[in-house]
Write a protein that binds this ligand. Structure first.
Ligand code: MN
Length: 203
């Protein structure tokens, strides 16, 4: 079964206060679209066609590079679109907020740790908040289109929140200023969706 590019859950200009419409359109149609096409081409006619995306990622070490890179790209971007939204911003509430406070000392400390993870990721990659196998929240980062669901990840776990720090995610508006993008990004984080991810990871 072939993978398909999901529609964005909002318009391209919906996140304008942090990410411009042109970046969103190119990022979705060209970058994410290409990951989907390349993934489909890489698995066509093989037994990988019968595996779910999560299975492909969990076995990334045994997969061809094209499956690891484009499968990761497809999963990561699908996740990324959903944790942003036009009504985003503010701060987490409820259980997620309590977990962030008890793990990181407070929301602001958590935010700085995630920004730092994004800034220190050399080249292209992602910064993540994940729940590890022991149920603990951890900030980590991955190179390229790797993610914490992969068996190759340094820190493995269930992604709760993640931010794309590839230049294609911010270059048109921010050029080389990744710190400015990572500051502005919080204004579009959809905390309802992030809280849902947290609740699902807790099980
Ligand atoms: Mn991207």
């Amino acid at each position: 079964m072939a993978f398909t590019l999901p529609d964005l859950p909002y318009d391209y200009d919906a996140l304008e206060r942090s990410i411009d419409a042109r970046t969103m359109e190119i990022h979705h149609t060209k970058h994410h679209g290409t990951y989907v096409n390349n993934l489909n081409n890489a698995i066509a006619g093989t037994e990988m066609e019968d595996m779910s995306l999560e299975e492909l990622l969990a076995n990334a070490s045994k997969m061809p590079a094209a499956v690891r890179n484009n499968g990761g790209g497809h999963w990561n971007h699908t996740f990324f679109w959903e944790i942003m939204g036009p009504n985003g911003g503010g701060e987490p509430t409820g259980e997620l907020r309590e977990a962030i406070n008890s793990t990181f000392g407070g929301f602001e400390d958590f935010k700085q740790q995630l920004i730092q993870a994004g800034l220190t990721r050399f080249g292209s990659g992602w910064a993540w908040l994940v729940m590890d196998d022991s149920g603990k929240l951890v900030v980590t980062s991955t190179p390229n289109q790797d993610n914490p669901l992969m068996d190759v990840a340094e820190v493995k776990g269930t992604p709760i929140l993640g931010v794309d720090v590839w230049e294609h995610a911010y270059y048109l508006r921010y050029q080389n200023r990744r710190p400015d993008y990572l500051q502005a990004w919080w204004d579009v984080v959809n905390w309802d969706k992030v809280a849902e991810n947290y609740a699902n990871a807790k099980g």
